[in-house]
Design a protein around this ligand. Sequence first.
Ligand SMILES: [Zn+2]
Length: 132
Amino acid sequence: MIGLTAAQWQAITTHLDSQLPNEACGLLGGKVGQTLAVYCVSNADASPTRFSMEPGELIRTLIEIEDRGWELMGIFHSHPAGPPTPSATDIAEAYYPDSAYIICSPGEGGWQARAFEIRDGAAREIDLRIEK
Ligand SMILES: [Zn+2]
């Protein structure tokens, strides 16, 4: 399970909107299923169909999460043309089996999100709770 507050979800969707039509990405820091910070990261690919996190921002964010004594709770990115499920590339490039992969795509009334654990080349959906 991974949880997001309404304010955190708002921060994520604002970032996703700002990067359209390209995919947008970022990281979630926190502890035991509780997200404590949302970090928006630039998509170095600047592409509507793929992303790679800008390496300097990625490293600075991972260091900050570690310095705070937190864990990398999640990795989010958007699929502007859907679907909100991991692509073959997402699965092949998933290097954090203990983090939730949150994938967002446009749906009725705004962004929709689903969360997955990606381990050993397989994705399994996990519970994502967004506070209303
Ligand atoms: Zn993807």
